[in-house]
Write a protein that binds this ligand. Structure first.
Ligand SMILES: [Fe+2]
Length: 271
């Protein structure tokens, strides 16, 4: 029997709706934005594969707005959900990104139907979803370009804003443990950072020799023999994918910044 869920990632809400001290006005704008994202016949479950936006209070309004359409929302954290983008935010969260994420989780845990996956699984509508935000491990540049970690670290520091805006980076080893824990049980794996870059260069946006994708993926090949029959939803790169590899279906349905996929909506996935 076919089962359905809806998918989106990388909404980056504050790029679509400006933060406004007039709450009523902002709520209305967010409702309209959400209305533009939701398909005509939404499924009961929505998966958000990370990167809600930079402001928890604004993201909360969006999640409430989405709950007008969905019975359940399952989400993982993205790198931007850890950003402290201003001095004011840094002070509020005591210069620790995990404090911002903890605040978000506290909110999510209060609302019935909202679930954050962080190395755990949940079964909804007969589908077991398992996930964690994951992180990147520089392996793209190491494997594809033979670069050293130190070389890639330099590029990362110079080119990638995660370095500046995330106070205390996530621990890749801990994320790996969480990821490993959920695989076998899950029908649908959800991570923000993807574990397969095999289709990357098919997209004209990326050129061979560019090491920047080292900060977009991790090397998921070592789990390849455990993925058969599953779907793996990911985001982080603002590209759309839906392909099979090692018997696993890889799906990305990023909204992205206004310049990326302006018309992108929530996608219904049938498994
Ligand atoms: Fe991201």
């Amino acid at each position: 029997m076919s089962r359905f869920f809806d998918l989106i990632s990388d909404i980056h809400l504050d790029f679509w709706v400006k933060v406004d001290s007039n709450l009523r006005k902002m709520e209305k704008k967010i409702d309209l934005f959400v209305d533009s994202l939701v398909p005509t016949s939404p499924s009961n479950v929505l998966v958000i594969a990370g990167d809600l936006g930079h402001y928890n209070n604004q993201n909360v309004i969006m999640l409430r707005s989405l709950m007008r359409y969905y019975e359940s929302i399952v989400m993982v954290r993205g790198n931007h959900d850890l950003y402290l983008v201003s001095g004011k935010q840094s002070k509020k969260y005591k210069w620790l990104s995990e404090n911002r994420w903890r605040e978000m989780k506290d909110f999510v845990n209060q609302l019935p139907g909202l679930f954050v996956l962080e190395g755990d699984t949940i079964t909804l509508e007969g589908i077991t979803f398992g996930g964690t935000g994951m992180w990147y491990d520089f392996s793209y540049g190491i494997i594809e370009h033979g670069k050293t970690r130190e070389e890639l670290d330099q590029i990362w520091s110079k080119e990638i804003r995660d370095r500046k805006f995330i106070k205390k980076q996530p621990d890749f080893a801990q994320e790996e443990i969480r990821f490993d824990r959920i695989i076998d049980e899950s029908d649908v794996i959800v991570t923000h950072v993807g574990g397969d870059w095999s289709q990357l260069l098919l997209n004209a946006r990326y050129v061979k020799g560019d090491s920047i994708p080292s900060f977009y993926f991790f090397d998921g090949s070592r789990w390849a023999d455990r993925l058969s029959g599953k779907a793996w939803c990911f985001g982080h790169v603002h590209d759309h994918y839906d392909y099979m590899r090692n018997g696993c279906r890889f799906i990305n349905n990023a909204k992205g910044y206004p310049r990326d996929n302006p018309g992108a909506k929530i996608k219904t996935v049938m498994i």
